[in-house]
Design a protein around this ligand. Sequence first.
Ligand code: 5GP
Ligand code: MG
Length: 181
Amino acid sequence: MTDMMSDLEKVLFDGETINQRIAELADEISRDYTDGELVLVTVLRGGLIFLADLSRRISIRHTFDVVGATSYGPHVESSGQVLITKDVEVPLQGRDVLLVEDIYDTGRTLHVVRDLLQVHDPRSLEICSLLVKDRPRSQEIPIKYIGFHIPNVFVVGYGLDYDEQYRHLNCVGVLKKEIYS
Ligand code: 5GP
Ligand code: MG
């Protein structure tokens, strides 16, 4: 871990800061939704750690599922093409779906996944994103719950990877440029 931490140029949010913010989001979600009807859905693999921590802090009855989508390869720029590799298995019809994402960057993934979930005919569909990149986007998507805003930089940790590494770091940080250039 020490080794991988030295690949970071700087830490934006440490583990404690992230945990605190997730507890606040979970409280808000627990107040906003009805017991038993909420389904959290995240996108593999970046959203897994956020989903696990958020779910365990939500106090109302709920369940969760995952979808597979992929857009970034080993590179740090979005390829622009989003592929759905796995659909949900939990029934969503008539239920309150909260799409839990690691990061809102170009928004392409969220658009595609949101459209996929809409086909399942949920009663409501909202988005919760741990991170929102402050950058221009051709089409904005409303994000109901936001963890943190970040500048337009490439970050890793807390689920977010570079070439499938760094996901297990408990902080979110900016990767040193020399690692990927
Ligand atoms: P989109 O561009 O479609 O909004 O983002 C697609 C996916 O790219 C995100 O779910 C996330 O997995 C990945 N991504 C976007 N920005 C970053 C970033 O700064 N760091 C990492 N590691 N992944 C990112
Ligand atoms: Mg990803």
